[in-house]
Design a protein around this ligand. Structure first.
Ligand SMILES: C[S@@+](CC[C@H](N)C(=O)[O-])C[C@H]1O[C@@H](n2cnc3c(N)ncnc32)[C@H](O)[C@@H]1O
Length: 278
């Protein structure tokens, strides 16, 4: 089921309809990275605190839709404050700079939001979610083996993002057999919290898509067979595509009609291939 609309409105609709999901696996817009060209879109708030506050509100609604035994997984990357003023060059290499003035190009508050500052958005979000009642189980690090290098001379080039695993309760569904590492001795070790995988590189038609490999552990470990996965920032439907291929049901929400169509076509193609193979 794909719902086209604002995430808060659609989540409230799910809450009211009594639908409950087993897991939530998602990647919200990153702060100041992209203009999706939609009224009400997240990610372009003037101050990063407003962005964090809006996401906490979204995930509070997610908590209502999530079963008590469920898990929430959030993939999010960080942002530097630049304070440079409007971007003037015609550079088109970085999709992030295709729109005029980004929030982080403004003067800022001189404290947290000041030039060259790594905003630490992922962990600030995780701490805000802890304060709102979530239990943080892991800050998994997604390592990108071959990233496009940052054009900088005085710091390291960023090559990782985070995938937070959060739960409502101490006890929750977790199928360690589907994601564990089998040792030659037969012993099963838990998966590591560093995941080495390449980004999707636009194959899905979405500029900020994650890869099916990135959602493998989240979906397989915390969704019972045949269970329901929700992606409230569905984009091109990567979570749904993985779910469909592996026998789970799924719900996606996105504000963009274009991305909802891309996701629907992607799921249809998987179904047609499965029908052919049967
Ligand atoms: C990082 S992308 C998700 C990409 C997705 N994981 C994929 O693999 O394609 C974030 C998505 O959030 C959507 N979005 C932004 N603001 C929204 C809002 N207020 N309500 C619903 N969706 C929103 C954007 O349209 C975008 O597709």
């Amino acid at each position: 089921m794909i719902l086209k609309g604002d995430v808060v409105t659609e989540l409230k609709r799910l809450v009211e309809s009594g639908i409950r999901v087993d897991s939530i696996v998602t990647s919200p817009p990153y702060y100041g990275q992209r203009d999706y060209g939609e009224n009400g879109q997240l990610g372009l708030e003037e101050h990063p605190q407003q962005f964090v506050d809006r996401l906490v509100e979204v995930f509070a609604l997610c908590r209502e839709v999530l079963k008590d035994t469920g898990s929430l997984w959030i993939n999010i990357g960080d942002t530097y404050w630049s304070g440079k003023g409007a971007h003037k060059s015609g550079e088109v290499k970085q999709g992030a700079r295709r729109f005029g003035i980004r929030p982080q190009d403004r003067p800022g508050d001189g404290l947290w939001a000041r030039p060259k500052q790594l905003l630490l958005i992922p962990h600030r979000l995780a701490i805000a979610l802890q304060d709102d009642g979530w239990l943080v189980r892991n800050d998994n690090v997604w390592v990108k083996p071959n990233p496009i290098p940052d054009q900088v001379r005085d710091r390291s080039s960023v090559s990782h993002e985070y995938v937070f695993h959060l739960t409502k309760n101490r006890w929750y569904y977790y199928d360690r057999h589907s994601v564990g590492r089998k040792m030659p001795s037969g012993r099963l070790l838990p998966p590591l919290d560093t995941w080495f995988t390449n980004p999707a590189r636009g194959r899905s038609g979405h500029r900020a898509a994650f890869s099916e490999d990135l959602v493998r552990i989240p979906v397989s470990a915390t969704t019972p067979p045949g269970g329901v996965v929700l992606d409230p920032f569905n984009g091109s439907g990567t979570t749904m595509a993985f779910a469909r291929r592996h026998g789970y049901r799924s719900i996606g929400i996105d504000i963009s009609a274009e991305y909802c169509d891309i996701a629907a076509d992607r799921l249809k193609a998987i179904k047609e291939r499965d029908d052919l193979e049967e």
